[in-house]
Design a protein around this ligand. Structure first.
Ligand code: SAH
Length: 246
């Protein structure tokens, strides 16, 4: 998959249930925005809005401003066809637990056909209640140290959001400089120059060439030469042929 369709990610709601700390809400907004998610739903947050949330959101305050605040989990899930509970704990009577990498392609495929989906995160102190988990049709756990498996809320959101992003778009080409590569004919001209130059300066004996040229071909064949580099190499050869002294 190539460029993420903005409206695909816009179909994913991050639902935070009964969050205690505004700074976690702020960090969640930042985690979401870095990965391209935008819909935050807060179920009965203890303190919100709050300056601490704004500080931790850094440049993602727009997500907080747009956040939907609801009284009950059900109100936050209206219209969603898929509801995913995020839990580190062993639960009874749930569907089989998936990891985030298994979840991401499924969830995105639902969004691509125009469905709305939700990912539900619990409170810092006690996580999601059994009642809340029962309202979800999937349970996802982030594989972690079995003796210490509870991530910070915003970090859990970050992991999920990253998996969604990686499934949708892994393109980093905008960070790389573009260098024009040498073409076949550029490279052939270079090898012809090299041969004539090596003969001219007495390094290659045309009557007994041995395997010098094929070896040099192999050497330069190992690197992907750029046009600029070919120009430099050919310039060097010309200077050597002409016996230039600055
Ligand atoms: N102390 C709580 C966890 C709180 S962490 C407990 O015992 O459940 C806050 C929320 O982050 C959790 O409710 C869950 O939604 C998410 N989370 C944290 N670690 C996770 C993990 N390893 N896998 C899945 N979700 C996790």
């Amino acid at each position: 998959m190539n460029k993420p369709e903005a409206n695909v990610l816009d179909r994913i709601r991050v639902v935070l249930s009964h969050t205690s700390l505004p700074r976690n809400i702020g960090s969640v907004a930042r985690a979401m925005k870095t990965m391209g998610l935008s819909r935050l739903v807060l179920v009965n947050p203890k303190r919100f809005p709050d300056p601490e949330a704004l500080t931790l959101a850094s440049g993602a305050t727009d997500i907080l401003e747009k956040a939907e605040i609801v009284d009950t989990l059900d109100a936050g899930l209206v219209g969603c066809t898929q509801v995913v509970a995020l839990s580190a704990r062993r639960r009874e009577l749930t569907v089989p637990v998936q990891n985030p990498r298994e979840l991401a392609p499924f969830l995105l495929s639902r969004c691509m056909v125009g469905e709305d989906v939700a990912i539900v995160f619990g409170t810092e102190m006690s996580g999601l209640s059994n009642e809340e988990v029962r309202r979800c049709n999937r349970v996802v756990s982030i594989p972690a140290n079995p003796e210490y498996s509870s991530l910070n809320l915003a970090q859990a959101v970050q992991v999920i959001a990253y998996e969604l992003r990686m499934t949708l778009d892994t393109d980093l080409s905008h960070l790389n400089e573009v260098h024009e590569l040498a073409s076949h004919d550029d490279i052939e001209r270079f090898h012809a120059d090299m041969e004539s130059t090596l003969i001219k300066i007495g390094f290659l004996n045309p009557d007994n060439p041995k395997r010098l040229m094929p070896r040099l071909r192999r050497l330069f064949g190992r690197v992907q030469l750029e046009k600029v580099e070919i120009d430099i190499l050919r310039g060097m050869l010309r200077a050597a042929r002409e016996g230039r002294r600055h």
